[in-house]
Write a protein that binds this ligand. Structure first.
Ligand SMILES: C[S@@+](CC[C@H](N)C(=O)[O-])C[C@H]1O[C@@H](n2cnc3c(N)ncnc32)[C@H](O)[C@@H]1O
Length: 355
């Protein structure tokens, strides 16, 4: 008999969990249909409802409502009392929780077809699923060209997690009264705009691929901040590119997870070369080992697979030790670490090691 060591889960529970995995894509679609067709909303609004009532109110076939709600019983999204369905807390999360909805839409719109290419992506070290979205070497080259619905789901997912960090981050960053901030991978300029509004004199330069700086430019102009927020097109995978000098802060938020460990080491060297003694280098990332809740590490492990099959084939959401090792190797010292910023992030502040 095989010894399962510290696996204390019962056989019955293990079998059930295995079936949840075996049918995960099927049951995901059931949950999404219960949400999108308005069935969860109807039950929530009326506290409880029968199949026939829901079908008639939503103008759906009784058969369809029946199979979905029966799947909902196994998904523990609803329960039955006297022939009427009532929402569970899980059902309520699927209906109303913003993070759950953003994750579901990201799974459906960005990943659902692409993740079917995960095995090939692992074997080839390439994002083989990306062809389901478009013809680019990595997702960042195509972000601005994604079809509208897919683009919205991608940006909602990306922004949701970093947006929640802003209120905590800004007082930390501005405590040293920076005059010039370099936002590497600054995307559509959300963070730069927040900085400019927080401090009326600070100047920010966004560095990103051309598709993204173009979107940022539009937002900068709309916010009348052309004189304080600048953009620079750069591909940091090009070894000949360097980072500009003379910044008080170099900022990388949810950026290094777009690269392999070897690429991150090269990018950190570029940051090191661009820094003066008093420059602060901040890294904001969600590390899967530093999460308080199991649901957070689950999200991060799943997100890693998006990087494998869709984004670029070689990056992931990291274990903190992976990154701390490179920080030391490149020649930085850690000045501060702020754990659990926003939903799931850690903020690391580095300085150049004194010679
Ligand atoms: C996951 S987004 C993070 C955006 C933003 N900093 C945030 O915290 O929400 C990563 C950003 O890095 C940029 N990026 C990815 N690869 C890049 C490269 N090779 N050179 C420059 N920017 C790159 C992407 O275009 C994207 O805007």
């Amino acid at each position: 008999m095989k010894d399962f060591g510290s696996d204390k889960k019962s056989v019955i529970q293990s079998n059930l969990d295995a079936q949840k995995i075996a049918f995960a894509p099927v049951m995901f679609q059931a949950a999404k249909s219960l949400r999108n067709l308005g069935i969860l909303e109807y039950i929530f609004d009326h506290s409880k409802a029968s199949i026939e009532t829901i079908a008639s109110a939503l103008n759906l076939p009784v058969y369809g409502v029946k199979v979905l709600l029966e799947a909902g019983l196994s998904l523990e999204m609803v329960y039955l009392r006297d022939n009427e369905f009532i929402l569970t807390k899980t059902g309520y999360f699927i209906l109303r929780d913003k993070m759950t909805n953003i994750n579901m839409d990201f799974t459906q719109d960005v990943n659902y077809l692409a993740i079917n290419h995960l095995e090939e992506s692992i074997v080839n070290g390439k994002p083989e699923g990306l062809k389901e979205l478009g013809n680019w070497p990595n997702v960042y080259m195509g972000l601005s060209e994604l079809p509208e619905k897919i683009k919205k789901s991608w940006f909602d997912f990306d922004h949701f997690y970093s947006d929640h960090t802003f209120p905590e981050i800004l007082p930390i960053l501005f405590a040293s009264n920076p005059k010039n901030i370099m936002d590497v991978g600054g995307n559509t300029g959300k963070f730069a705009l927040q900085c400019a509004k927080y401090d009326p004199t600070v100047k920010i330069t966004i560095l990103d691929l051309p598709g993204q700086t173009k979107m940022a430019q539009k937002n900068i102009i709309e916010n009348n901040l052309k004189d304080r927020i600048f953009t620079k097109d750069i591909n940091l995978l090009d070894d000949s590119n360097t980072l500009p000098k003379d910044f008080d802060i170099i900022w990388m938020s949810q950026f290094i997870d777009c690269f392999s460990l070897e690429e991150i080491e090269k990018i950190f060297h570029k940051a090191h070369d661009a820094m003066a003694e008093n420059t602060s280098f901040y890294i904001l990332e969600a590390f899967w080992d530093l999460q308080k809740f199991q649901s957070s590490s689950y999200i991060l492990h799943a997100t890693s697979l998006y990087f494998t099959a869709v984004a670029n084939g070689n990056s992931q959401m990291f274990h903190s030790k992976d990154i701390l090792k490179i920080i030391g190797k490149v020649g930085f010292v850690i000045d501060e670490i702020h754990e659990t910023v926003g939903v799931s992030h850690t903020l690391i502040k580095c300085k150049k090691k004194a010679l």
